[in-house]
Design a protein around this ligand. Structure first.
Ligand code: NDP
Length: 272
């Protein structure tokens, strides 16, 4: 059972489930068929799917808008996640939940491991962090996968924005002092499937593609691969203020998940 199936990750989870070496029947629900904040929707979907495992790709992901809509973000990222986790635990259903690099304290300058300090400096980050805690509390067998800089061929993401802006404009200023690891949603989905089938210890796992870059580096790489000629200039975060604060350093240490699913491929290889 896949919740949030209309999103970047949700779509890729459907593909990964189809490709998995088993004879699963797949029940994929987008927001209009299952709103995770509505208990009645959950009841109906569980009765229909009778799942063995549930992947929750549903989330409030509008990071900046969350600053002015904290209740909406909390209803989905905290209450919705808790309700889903609790319902799965009660019914003996395995549960896989997704979270974000934003939950880490932005005070490190080395890859972040699962046991590092968490903080949450934006509404989105705090709701995701609290959502994780609720999930673990209500479903001790759950997997929570923290990821970063997710993109796919569809949906709203940095890679697609750079393709569009690169074609529209002659020059772009892109932030160069935020460092992280891009994650191709298909690689994340495949890793989540593998982890959930592995019998690995439940708990928190990081997943991102390997390698490190800034948004500026990523924009340059996207344009180079697409043959787009646009003058990309590095700018500092202070020149591009956003309502929600972003971490300066959010490279994820993926050694824990790599022990089960293998080392993620390099972000540049995934981008190609
Ligand atoms: P998307 O925004 O692409 O997908 C989220 C999906 O959740 C959307 O289809 C949305 O539907 C749906 N949704 C929202 N509210 C509800 C609800 N109440 N009930 C059911 N579905 C709902 O996000 P991603 O696929 O990129 O994100 C997947 C996960 O990865 C999330 O947990 C996110 O926090 C995490 N993550 C994402 C990152 C990124 O860069 N995108 C980075 C780090 C972590 P609708 O569009 O109709 O609102």
């Amino acid at each position: 059972m896949i919740c949030g199936a209309g999103g970047q990750l949700g779509q890729k989870l459907i593909g990964a489930a189809k490709a998995a070496p088993n004879d699963w029947r797949i029940f994929a629900y987008n927001r209009s068929s299952l709103d995770i904040t509505r208990p009645e929707d959950l009841r109906v979907a569980f009765a229909e799917a009778r799942p063995d495992i549930c992947f929750n790709a549903a989330a409030y992901t509008a990071v900046d808008r969350a600053e002015s809509e904290p209740d909406k973000a909390a209803a989905i990222n905290i209450d919705g996640a808790r309700r889903l986790a609790a319902a799965c635990h009660e019914a003996g259903i395995a549960f896989v939940h997704f979270s974000t690099d934003y939950v880490y304290d932005d005070g490190y300058n080395r890859p972040l491991s699962e046991t590092d300090r968490t903080l949450g400096t934006s509404v989105y980050a705090r709701t995701k962090l609290q959502g994780e805690n609720e999930v673990m509390r209500h479903h001790p067998g759950a997997y929570v996968i923290r990821t970063s800089w997710v993109y796919a061929e569809y949906g709203q993401n940095f890679v697609r924005t750079m393709l569009r802006l690169g074609r529209e404009r002659e020059e772009l200023g892109i932030v160069c002092d935020q460092i992280g690891s891009p994650t191709y949603a298909a690689d994340l989905a495949a890793a989540a499937m593998q982890l959930s089938a592995s019998g690995a210890k439940p708990g928190v796992y990081n997943f991102a593609n390997s390698g490190v870059c800034s948004w500026y580096d990523l924009a340059k790489a996207v344009h180079a691969l697409a043959g787009i000629e646009c003058a990309v200039r590095p700018i500092m975060t202070s020149q591009y203020p956003t309502p929600a604060k972003r971490p300066f350093y959010s490279v994820l240490d993926t050694r824990k998940i790599a022990a089960t699913v293998g080392t993620p491929r390099h972000w540049h290889e995934a981008l190609v």
